[in-house]
Design a binder for this molecule. Structure first.
Ligand SMILES: Cc1cc2nc3c(=O)[nH]c(=O)nc-3n(C[C@H](O)[C@H](O)[C@H](O)COP(=O)(O)OP(=O)(O)OC[C@H]3O[C@@H](n4cnc5c(N)ncnc54)[C@H](O)[C@@H]3O)c2cc1C
Length: 421
């Protein structure tokens, strides 16, 4: 890796705008699958290889990484490092607070090591950055904020202050609320869920045994995901969906008040909650960019689609997207097509649209179904009981969550096994 504090190269094959979880993963995928391409990542925050990471991607959240993401991480050579830093989900326990009907999904029943692998974003960031820093093909320009993208006859011109860089392909991986999309006149369709996600790591009195809990309550879903022990403490990651004011109040409440409220909502299935880590809140909305590709331009990650976190699909979908994008870029390269050729980008999108819509629909319908009153609670209970009783349905559900219900990207690997050089 070349780390360039603030100087853009004059040209590059691919420029990735945003060095968050998705941007860095894409850079590593390109370096692994098509090392002939020059790749620049431009990140607004300082890029640190040690200590705290400044990028918002790598904050106090945790991510449940699916089987499809594990395969991508293996491809880019970071899974060997990550495997000891994640907690595999061996069981998912789904319930509806105060109503009959629960269902359990078991990884062993599906022949999987885990139905997901939970990692702290901070840890994921450190592993991705270490891999990027070992990769001479990737140039990082940070801290530098991209201000404008201007289409040109030969590519996309990336502008920041008085600097310019011509890229055959500019990939916007800026996260939700991308200013560059706005400047390009690409609109996003936004549906506000009117709720916030309150996140915190929780200390547990007893081991979690790999169980993830998804509990639907009348205020919204509450997920408790297993985390690796730290300093002898058993831990779980909480994602608690609440009305925004309540989420704010709880986030600033004293620890004992917070833990009592959580215990009252969740019950004692996971034992007693003994500690609360750093708390943050996120406003929840579904936002989908109306265009994801143009000549010389692709939009990925949260900039393309920001989902409700209830199903833990946002990053996993984004990783499948960028893997399919790289598959299309490599296939085009072999046919002498530049990475930003519209045929390459349309090929990518037409292959990946089905996965995107299925996942968006699922992540959107889950919180809506479980948030509604009327006759739905009874139907939900029937649904959960049916899922618990019918193995074929459980398999479908588990395969979907693991990202195995869709075709995986076919990616060549040039840099050998293990971590990227
Ligand atoms: C509470 C919560 C829990 C979640 N849990 C899960 C889960 O369990 N599983 C899952 O799959 N997904 C989960 N997600 C979704 C996941 O967090 C997102 O999919 C992921 O963060 C998207 O990353 P990104 O790189 O696209 O965007 P971001 O993380 O927002 O990163 C964008 C980067 O671009 C940089 N940037 C922005 N503008 C510019 C510019 N103009 N110039 C240069 N740089 C710029 C920013 O500084 C930042 O570093 C969760 C989300 C939330 C809110």
């Amino acid at each position: 890796m070349t780390l360039d504090p603030a100087t853009l190269p004059e040209r590059t094959d691919v420029a990735i705008i945003g060095g968050g979880m998705v941007g860095l993963s894409l850079a590593l995928l390109l370096a692994r699958s098509c090392p002939e391409l020059s790749v620049v990542v431009i990140e607004a925050h300082a890029f640190s290889l040690a200590g705290d990471l400044e990028q918002p991607s790598f904050d106090a959240r945790c991510t449940a990484v699916s089987e499809s993401s594990r395969a991508v991480f293996e491809h880019i050579g970071v899974w060997a490092r990550l495997a000891s830093l994640v907690a595999p989900i061996t069981t998912v326990h789904v319930s509806d607070r105060g109503k009959p009907g629960i269902t359990r999904l078991e990884a062993a029943e599906q022949g999987l090591e885990g139905l997901g692998f939970v990692v702290e974003n901070r840890v994921l960031g450190q592993v991705l950055m270490a891999a990027v820093s070992n990769c001479p093909a990737i140039r990082i320009v940070a801290p530098l904020r991209v201000e404008r993208l201007v289409p040109d006859a030969k590519g996309m011109v990336i502008e920041s202050g008085d600097q310019r860089c011509l890229a055959s392909l500019a990939v916007v991986a800026e996260g939700a609320g991308s200013t560059t999309l706005e400047q390009l006149g690409i609109h996003t369709r936004v549906t506000d869920y009117g709720q916030s996600a309150l996140i915190a790591n929780i200390g547990l009195e007893r081991p979690h045994a790999g169980v993830a809990y998804e509990r639907f309550t009348d205020q919204g879903p509450l997920a408790l995901l297993p985390l690796p022990d730290a300093g002898g403490e058993h831990r779980a990651a909480l994602v608690w969906t609440l009305p925004p004011t309540q989420a704010q109040e709880l986030a600033s409440a004293p620890e004992e008040v917070f833990l009592a409220a959580l215990q009252e909502r969740f019950g004692y299935r996971a034992g007693t909650f003994v500690r609360r880590g750093q708390c943050s809140t996120y406003s929840l909305r579904l936002s989908v960019a109306e265009e994801q590709v143009r000549r010389y331009l692709a939009v990925v990650g949260n900039a393309a689609h920001f989902l409700h976190p209830v199903a833990g699909q946002g990053f996993n979908l984004a990783l499948r997207d960028v893997a399919r994008l790289v598959e299309a870029v490599v296939a085009g390269w072999r046919r002498d097509l530049a990475p930003g050729d519209l045929a390459v980008l349309e090929d990518y999108l037409s292959g990946q649209e089905g996965d995107q819509w299925q996942t968006i629909l699922f992540s959107d319908s889950l919180p809506r179904t479980f948030a509604t009153g009327g006759a739905l609670p009874a139907l939900r209970s029937i649904g959960l009981i049916t899922l618990d009783l019918v193995p074929a349905l459980r398999t479908e559900f588990a395969r979907f969550g693991a990202g195995l219900a869709v075709r995986a990207a076919r990616l060549p690997r040039f840099a050998g096994e293990g971590a990227l050089p």
